[in-house]
Design a protein around this ligand. Sequence first.
Ligand SMILES: O=P(O)(O)OC[C@H]1O[C@](O)(CO)[C@@H](O)[C@@H]1O
Length: 524
Amino acid sequence: MHPRCDETPQWAQLQAHYQAQGRGLDLRRAFAEDAGRFAHFSQQAPHVFADLSKNLWDRQAEALLLDMARACRLEHSRDAMFAGQAVNSTEGRAALHTLLRRPRGLALPGDEPFVAQALQEVHATLDAMLAFAEAVRADAQITDIVNIGIGGSDLGPHMAVRALQAHQLPGRRFHFVSNIDGHELASVLQAVRPESTLFIVASKTFTTLETMANARSALDWFAAQGGQDVARHFVALTANVAKAAEWGMSRTFGFWDWVGGRYSLWSAIGLPIAIAIGAAGFRDFLAGAHAMDEHFRSAPLAHNLPVRLALLDIWYRNFLGLPSRCIAPYHAWLQRLPAYLQQLEMESNGKRVDSQGRALPMATAPVIWGEPGSNGQHAFFQLLHQGPDVQALEIIAVRDSAHGLAGHHQMLLANALAQAQALMQGRASGCGHRHFPGNRPSSFVLLDALTPASLGAYLALQEHRVFCSGSLWGINSFDQWGVELGKQLAQDLQPRLHTGDVAGLDGSTAGLLQRLAGVGGRAP
Ligand SMILES: O=P(O)(O)OC[C@H]1O[C@](O)(CO)[C@@H](O)[C@@H]1O
């Protein structure tokens, strides 16, 4: 067992450094005093450049954080994850999403014995899944793809299909149904026809209430509309192939229990992405992620972008006490990115005990939220500029645009730069409501273009960053026990909505249930 970050000698040194200097750090002065600040705190990684210099830290804080990471044996934890050790300790499993993008036949030092065979299975499934994706793309009769899945079986594919629309096959519509709320499925079913629709039922467990209810309703609708050939129009993506067979789904692409739901878009769960961008595009997506894996695996900690981001996260959360990180993608097609990152960060590290079950004495995952810029500027940036609390902000910008509309991209990028500048510089003139305090932080992440490879690299970067902060906090980032209780209670309450039985319920739940008892609709 490795020490947690709060158990290292650097923890107290970081607290002392924060009290002595960190608290009073002024970014404007820091840039004036250090001409090398941008060069030092910026970093090129595969496909991704990041400027971390407009953050409320200095070289000494970063050096202490790096020493802390070494004391926590972060590199050892990283290597254990890549090698397939059971780093998901509460479920006794590996977390091998990196294997899904590992080139065929590549062995890494220390690989667990099962890894070579698992890699062969990964490539066999990938080949089959991509051949199927190409067949769907070639099938002119299929115009609509409906992905039914939730959480990791929705957020990643949904975000990536939207993000990569410049690379998408024209003439196909992609729909994503996740919510148990029937309004979502009903409006999609109104827009499609059975003979031209492929339904993808995506669920690692194939037991998730929302997905199973939506799949059942889609199958019923298909039959009621006179749909022929379920085998042609429904495909299952799951780690529970036996369960999918019970549902009569003869075409299934499987994956493995060592792929966590929120890390699964690289697996068969990525089928909607593969249909959208084609086999070659999907392989580029995996290659971009693999390039970031190699950076994470081999770059020294001081020049390792996922590590540096995670150390900044810990500095902000545990020493400056910043409660949230706002994600501002300056690209309209990255609209689902904040939602995707919410699950990645908050389901992975939103935990109050370490992997041994011991209560943690420090804060863990920040709240992740956001919207694309420049929309966010006209909604919540007010709070970032002048609210009483300082929030972390991460701007994601893309140098090249995929449209030909004159002037727009320059205006967009100027806005991204201006927000970061305004937050830092502030405005001393003006008092009261016209005063901008400045000294507000931001990170600026830059992709050359929004391509399968750059998106793959960016997402892998975020996965590894979450792994690093989780490891340093001593958290198992790969389980999600916190979602269980609500699911169980919903099972108890659903029949009560029919009967109106409030026995044993708290006063509020009983009062609300009485108002809702007898609501329409049959149980799935
Ligand atoms: O793919 P499944 O098994 O349907 O699970 C969907 C989602 O539900 C969760 O288990 C949370 O309830 C997520 O971790 C997961 O991504």
